[in-house]
Design a protein around this ligand. Sequence first.
Ligand SMILES: NC(=O)c1ccc[n+]([C@@H]2O[C@H](COP(=O)([O-])OP(=O)(O)OC[C@H]3O[C@@H](n4cnc5c(N)ncnc54)[C@H](OP(=O)(O)O)[C@@H]3O)[C@@H](O)[C@H]2O)c1
Length: 296
Amino acid sequence: MPNIKTILVTGATGQLGQSIKSLENDYPAYQFVFARREQLDLSDNQNIAHFFQQNTFDLIINCAAYTAVDKAESEAELADQVNHLAVKKLAEIAKQQQTKLIHISTDYVFNGQQYRPYIETDKVQPKGVYGLSKLIGEQVLLESMPNNALIIRTSWLYSESGNNFVKTMLKLGRERDAVNVIFDQVGTPTYAYDLAQAIMAIASSDLFDHTDFTSDVYHYSNEGVCSWYDFAKAIFEFSNIQCDVSPIETKDYPTAATRPHYSLLNKAKIKQTYDMPIPYWKDSLQQCLNALQEKE
Ligand SMILES: NC(=O)c1ccc[n+]([C@@H]2O[C@H](COP(=O)([O-])OP(=O)(O)OC[C@H]3O[C@@H](n4cnc5c(N)ncnc54)[C@H](OP(=O)(O)O)[C@@H]3O)[C@@H](O)[C@H]2O)c1
């Protein structure tokens, strides 16, 4: 009988955790454990230590995070604990238990003042508490675990589950005749299902699974580029929703956290290293909307 490998997926209730769960049957060579907050609470390092005294894995995919970008401005301590201190603890345990680690980070580690898509080695300078906590999490992970950890920065995640821009727009578009949406923040939406597929393709690749490698950072989003305004227009067009969209500037939609104006990620490194095709954002949006329609 082949040696079944075990994978722990944290943040099982989140968009990415749920998307990885939907792939479980495609990977029979792995035994998955999907941990919710009640089983593994990242706000408590003692709880983390206790969990791993009872359980060991071949791979941890850390999808759990403090993701409330605006709320983080007033909950800096909690954001730091979950996105930095817990990640350090996970990395220390993974190193000690010889477990590989895939950790997810964000385009919000950049300040958004660049004019070409960000590569992994570009200067980081987060604009808010959330981005800073994620950046420090990356840094302590690489320090604590110099080998066998992979950090994937992604952007503008959405899926059928959870709260996200697509679901908010669908709701608003059905309730109202018109909405105002920011046009001066530009990036790429990422369908969590595509990212989940990319993660599992990496996890099961010989390059990742059968070698010891130096820990490193990669960028992944869908292909293409748009503003939130373009994103909203596409959501309504594909869903046949009659709702006018007016472009507004960020300054006319004040939020607690400042976001980067430009956060495109260059994905050349992940595509070349793992020989990975990446879907165009509009194709993936259509796929997500179809899946949502089937659920309704
Ligand atoms: N969403 C985006 O637009 C975006 C963009 C770029 C990068 N990312 C990154 O992508 C990753 C996945 O994001 P996502 O959109 O899937 O996030 P999400 O839907 O907000 O899910 C976050 C998950 O983390 C869990 N969690 C939060 N605090 C926890 C704690 N103290 N202990 C244990 N679990 C906890 C949540 O559990 P509960 O359900 O119990 O709250 C949930 O399962 C994160 O690392 C995020 O930073 C996200």
